[in-house]
Write a protein that binds this ligand. Structure first.
Ligand SMILES: Nc1ncnc2c1ncn2[C@@H]1O[C@H](COP(=O)(O)OP(=O)(O)OP(=O)(O)O)[C@@H](O)[C@H]1O
Ligand SMILES: [Mg+2]
Length: 603
């Protein structure tokens, strides 16, 4: 029964606004824009207003800690500007002159507002559509709006006024039409939160925007951040005039000059002439591979970086200046999603990539470009970042990558083979397998070897192995041995085929969790099985007769069976073989099974 008390409560008979503006905007501040993505929203708007020059200006102040942080950001464009009625509505959440269009970057009518409020509490905008007009101004201040709301007043946007432009940016203002967006009361960029300090934050902004807007920058649009004109950064490495080309030219030209002067060469091949463009190789066809989705389609382009970037195999994990400046680590397994020429996501998606991401993948460029018609399939949101393909698109993309990534890896291996031939680098016959085994070993039981090896002794063992693999005493050999020691340092298993006297087929040494195995190349088993199989495996198919291949296969079966018989015979030399060897046999069987399950088609 409804109580008397409830029925006498005063209930408003008027409708109330569905949105409590101040509070809602306060909540919407956490929309999840990164700072470059937020700035990207404003730049998108400038580009759509036909701007040719976009300038980002930051004002910093010192925090109590002594570090500087950004409290004010201005974005200036020389685009078409806004008519008065549009200017006032610029700040209205949901207002767009291209609402839900599919041929523009913007479509939701929220970008300019949410991006700004994500970092600051006040937005000021000045705009004019021609040189003869004054700069008209509108603003929104969240703090003020909350106060007004508290007092029961309606929160809104006042009509444009002629508030003068701030002095600090007068020199940057265009002569003709344009728009100036000022974010102030920026309190979410204190040092430590987004980056250690303002300098790091500005570097990150340049870094991200140069990739996000690479197509516009390449075609001549200027984006100037804190006094620096951005160069495009192309993760496909196909464009000319990019950041990568500049870095490579600066890296190689002094080396080439020094080689011409002194004859001294680094231990990797040098380009013959000073170049300005270091193009990647296309793995997919010119123009990209097309994926059809309903009536629409997207394009996938995959490239392999040039040999000047790939350099030497053993140094893939190197963190040197070139690797850092070319941003190779962030490219490892990354896919760049480009919507209407504007990158909206650059990220690794392991499920689509299909393979476990490895260091060699840093030399592969992958770009998926699409039009807004496919927004649903890519999960595009009003925060134009973090897209991820769905459904059929996801399946098709995964299939395409699983076809082209191995091709790309083959190209990388070819470069490595060529580089090592040119520099006479030792590439042990077992190396590719050892790298794969290293991965497989991560989840296998750990070694139980107790005896500790003294560091000097360990060094001695490794040096002996290096000498076995790379005999010789000249300086070059010593350097090669140094590189060799470096390359095997992190391998749990090192296998070398070496020539040693005696009947031993294999010899093993155990040092600090690392197992060093020498296979005796003088042993009949190696000579009559390994060698013939290897020469068949590495020869071009047209050079091998089927007779020869069949004979080698038969001899291998014999050899494997004899190997097992010889093992049985060796066990029988012990008085109690069951007790002494059954655990060994069981482990051996188990590990062979496990390794064969994880390592496949590496050679
Ligand atoms: N720099 C600018 N120059 C001229 N007009 C602009 C500029 N910035 C914004 N506008 C106008 O203001 C409107 C609102 O911008 P806003 O970014 O909020 O929405 P949008 O770009 O239409 O959609 P989205 O939310 O997808 O970005 C735009 O539709 C455009 O008409
Ligand atoms: Mg927009």
């Amino acid at each position: 029964m409804v109580s008397q008390a409830t029925s006498t409560k005063s209930v408003s008979t008027e409708k109330i606004p569905i949105v409590l503006t101040g509070h809602a905007l306060q909540s919407l501040r956490d929309s999840g824009y990164s700072l470059p993505a937020a700035l990207g929203e404003v730049i998108d708007n400038s580009l759509e207003a036909n701007a040719n020059n976009i300038t980002l200006h930051f004002e910093e102040s010192k925090a109590k800690s002594g570090k500087r942080h950004i409290h004010c950001i201005t974005i200036i464009d020389d685009g078409d500007g806004m008519e008065l009625e549009i200017l006032q509505r610029y700040l209205q959440l949901g207002f767009s002159t291209r609402y839900m269009q599919t041929d523009t970057i913007g479509k939701y009518g929220v970008g300019a507002k949410l991006a700004a409020l994500n970092y600051g509490q006040r937005i000021d905008v000045w705009s004019r559509t021609s040189e003869d007009e004054p700069w008209y101004h509108v603003y929104f201040d969240l703090e003020q709006a909350l106060e007004e709301e508290q007092k029961g007043e309606t929160v809104g946007i006042a009509p444009p006024d002629t508030e003068p432009l701030p002095n600090s940016i007068l020199a940057l203002v265009p002569q003709d039409s344009g728009t100036i967006v000022l974010w102030s009361k920026v309190e979410r960029l204190e040092e430590g939160k987004k980056a250690p300090d303002a300098t790091a934050l500005k570097a990150e902004i340049k870094h991200e925007l140069s990739r996000m807007f690479r197509y516009f920058l390449h075609d001549g649009i200027k984006i100037c951040v804190d006094g620096t004109n951005l160069l495009p950064h192309d993760p496909l490495m196909l464009m000319e005039g990019t950041w990568n080309n500049k870095v490579l030219a600066e890296y190689y030209s002094p080396l080439i000059e020094s080689f011409k002067r002194t004859g001294n060469k680094p231990d990797f091949p040098l380009p013959e002439v000073t170049k300005k463009h270091f193009p990647a190789k296309r793995i997919t066809r010119e123009g990209g591979e097309v994926i059809k989705i309903g009536q629409s389609s997207c394009k996938v382009t995959i490239t392999v970086y040039p040999s000047e970037v790939i350099r030497k195999k053993y140094e893939t994990n190197k963190k040197d200046e070139l690797t850092r400046n070319l941003r190779l680590e962030e490219n490892q397994g990354a896919i760049s999603f480009v919507r209407l020429n504007r990158e909206i996501n650059y990220t690794t998606l392991p499920k689509i990539f299909g393979k476990r991401i490895e260091s060699s993948h840093r030399f592969i460029g992958i770009e998926v470009s699409f039009k807004p018609e496919l927004d649903d399939f890519f999960g595009v949101r009003n925060v134009k970042r973090g897209v991820e393909p769905y459904d059929d698109l996801k399946v098709q993309l995964r299939e395409l990558l699983s076809k082209y990534i191995p091709e790309a890896i083959n190209c990388i291996n070819e470069v490595w083979g060529e580089v090592s031939r040119q520099s006479n680098e030792h590439q042990g016959e077992h190396y590719p397998l050892l790298e794969a085994v290293k991965e497989a070993n991560r989840t296998m039981p750990k070694s139980r070897v107790k005896a500790q090896v003294e560091p000097e002794h360990k060094e001695r063992i490794i040096e002996d192995l290096a000498r076995d693999a790379l005999p010789g005493n000249d300086e070059k050999k010593q350097e090669e041995r140094r590189q060799y020691r470096e390359s095997i340092k992190d391998l749990p298993f090192v296998v070398e085929s070496v020539d040693f006297p005696g009947n031993l087929l294999i010899d093993t040494q155990h040092i600090d969790g690392q197992v060093i195995i020498r296979i005796n190349t003088r042993h009949r088993f190696y000579r009559e099985m390994w060698e013939p199989l290897r020469s068949i495996a590495t020869a071009p198919p047209e050079n091998i007769s089927s007779d020869e291949a069949a004979k080698a296969a038969r001899r291998s079966i014999e050899a494997l069976t004899l190997l097992i018989i010889a093992y049985g015979k060796a066990e029988s030399m012990d008085e109690n073989p069951r007790e002494h060897f059954s655990e060994l046999r069981s482990d051996w069987g188990k590990f062979t099974d496990s390794l064969m399950g994880k390592v496949k088609d590496v050679i």
